[in-house]
Structures are given as structure tokens and as C-alpha cells.
Ligand binder design. Structure first.
Ligand code: AMP
Ligand code: MN
Ligand code: MN
Ligand code: MN
Length: 288
């Protein structure tokens, strides 16, 4: 019998979100619950460099009758810049991926201690210990945890301000870090049967030459999609990355990048629809 296909452009897909297994604030099951309440019909949990929330996310999604694909957001260093590559519809038990991610996140604690030293040099004491109070997964301390601590301690009024004043390049709490290579990240995701997707491309501030070089390398490495609709993309950027997808033969993805209800408040499932000109990366995943 021929399978009946849903219209992929009409489904509310949110394929980018975080739990407290990385730098989100909610447990995986709570994120599932919230996604479902917000009308998400196809959901992925994509914690940074981390797979440990996926089993809980999947079983809660199943309980709620919501479609789910396993995901991850891999930190990559390309041309001295940090780039995020989503792996979607992955097998979380794949050994290449599991080992690659262990390696990717292994430097985080030393980096955090150095960040803390940098902050101490401008009079902010014990930031490492402070940030740790916001960490739920000891393998995954991130800049976001420092940001929450600096807001809590009254240094700044919100996390964006913390990033701007303390945690970005050239600022006292910034520590350059080498993450996975683009080729390795895509290779691990492919080995795990997943699609590699460029997360929030507008955030990298590429000029035309860099953009061309990056997307060429990404496609050459086996990457297959780009996140076109996401919380920090405006309408022009959505149009722009739709064209980029067409130029490089990539599919498109959609995701809120939800972390919490505060930072800034981007709700699950509430970003715009993917334009008709792009093929959704999830087209093949939703047959009934
Ligand atoms: P890390 O992986 O430790 O470098 O932390 C990166 C995370 O910091 C991102 O995934 C975001 O959640 C958060 N982040 C980065 N830049 C900003 C910003 N300007 N404002 C708020 N959060 C940010
Ligand atoms: Mn994050
Ligand atoms: Mn990201
Ligand atoms: Mn993210």
C-alpha cells in the first residue's frame, strides 16, 4: 500500500532546542511537554555536543504522540571562527559520533577555569564556582552558565549584556577554543545516519567570499541542509539563506533554538514557516 504523506511545508517542525543536558534550563521531558503544548508536531532536542538527553526526550515525545528525531548541535572551528552544525535524525548510539562528541566537549572544564581567571582579573571572583551552580551536566559547562551567574549576582541585567561585556572575543572572560573540524563533525553525523545542517548561519557575520568558501566546504564534506528559519533570522536573512540553499543544493531546516523562557524569550514552534522555494530537510521523515 502506498504510504500517505503529510505536506512537509505545513507541519510545525521545531528542529533546534536545548535542555539542561547542555545550556537549556529545562529537563528533556519538560522541553518535550512544552513543545507539544506549543503545537510542535515534529520535534528535535539538539543539545550542544551532548546526546544524554535524547532517550528521555524520545520517550516523553512518544507518550505525547509527538514525532521526534534525535539531534545534536556540534561545536566546530572553521577559519578560526566557531560554527554550529546540527546533526538531525541521528542514531545516538553510533560510536563514531559518541566518541567524536566526547572529544569535542573534553576541553570545556579547563576552558571554563581559564574564563574564570580572566573574569577574576577584572574583579569578578569565583565565577567558575558561580557558573557551576547553574550546570546540571558536569560534562557541559558553557558560557551561558557564566552568563546566568553574572546576571544573578547583579553584574549585568541580562545574558546578552554579559556576552557583550565579558564573554565575546576580546573581552576578559573570552577564551579562544578549538572545537571539532567541519569535516569531522559532518563525518560523525553522516556515520550516525543523520543530516548535517548549518545552524543559524546569519550569526557568523560571513562576507560573500567567506560564505561561498564555507558553504562549498560544507557541501563537499557531505552537509545537506541549512537552518533557514530560526529565532535570530529576519525576513531578509530567510530570503538570503533560501537562495544559498538553492545555490548549493541544500535542503532547509526550521528551529527556535529554545533555551529557556528568558534569554531572550523565543518560544518553541513559533518561528515562521519555511519558504516554498526550499525543500524541508524533514520531508522524508514524516510518512505516516
Ligand atoms: P559555548 O558553547 O560555551 O561557547 O556557549 C555558546 C552558547 O552561548 C550559545 O549556544 C548560546 O546559547 C549562548 N550565546 C552565545 N552568544 C550569545 C549572546 N550574544 N547572547 C546570549 N547568549 C549567547
Ligand atoms: Mn546554547
Ligand atoms: Mn548555536
Ligand atoms: Mn542552539
Amino acid at each position: 500500500m502506498k504510504a500517505r504523506y503529510l505536506d512537509p511545508w505545513k507541519i510545525n517542525a521545531d528542529l533546534h532546542s536545548h535542555s539542561h543536558r547542555s545550556d537549556g534550563v529545562f529537563a528533556p521531558a519538560q522541553v518535550a511537554q512544552r513543545a507539544h503544548q506549543q503545537g510542535v508536531e515534529l520535534w528535535s532536542l539538539t543539545d550542544h555536543d551532548e546526546l544524554s538527553g535524547l532517550a528521555e526526550a524520545k520517550s516523553q515525545a512518544q507518550r505525547l504522540g509527538m514525532r521526534f528525531v534525535a539531534g545534536v548541535e556540534v561545536s566546530v572551528t572553521w577559519a578560526n571562527q566557531t560554527i554550529h552544525i546540527l546533526g538531525l535524525n541521528i542514531d545516538p548510539d553510533n560510536q563514531d559520533l559518541v566518541t567524536g562528541l566526547i572529544q569535542t566537549r573534553s576541553g570545556r572544564t579547563d576552558r571554563a577555569r581559564e574564563m574564570s581567571d580572566g573574569l577574576a582579573s577584572v574583579g569578578i571572583k569565583n565565577a567558575f564556582e558561580g557558573a557551576l551552580r547553574f550546570v546540571r551536566n558536569p560534562h557541559l559547562i558553557s558560557r551561558t552558565h557564566f552568563a546566568r551567574y553574572l546576571v544573578e549576582s547583579g553584574r549585568c541585567s541580562n545574558t546578552s549584556e554579559v556576552f557583550h561585556r565579558y564573554l565575546t572575543e576580546g573581552k576578559p572572560g573570552f577564551v579562544p577554543h578549538r572545537w571539532a573540524s567541519l569535516q569531522d563533525a559532518v563525518k560523525w553525523i553522516r556515520a550516525a545516519g543523520g543530516e548535517a545542517v548549518v545552524a543559524h548561519p546569519a550569526r557568523y557575520g560571513f562576507n560573500d567570499t567567506e560564505s561561498w568558501a564555507f558553504f562549498s566546504e560544507f557541501a563537499e564534506a557531505g552537509g545537506t541542509a541549512v537552518e533557514i528559519v530560526t529565532s535570530n533570522h529576519n525576513r531578509d536573512q530567510v530570503q538570503h539563506y533560501s537562495k544559498v540553499a538553492q545555490q548549493f543544493g541544500l535542503r532547509g531546516s526550521r528551529g527556535s533554538d529554545f533555551h529557556s523562557t528568558e534569554e531572550p524569550h523565543i518560544e518553541l514552534g513559533q518561528v515562521a514557516a519555511l519558504p516554498d522555494s526550499v525543500v524541508p530537510v524533514w520531508s522524508d521523515w514524516i510518512d505516516e
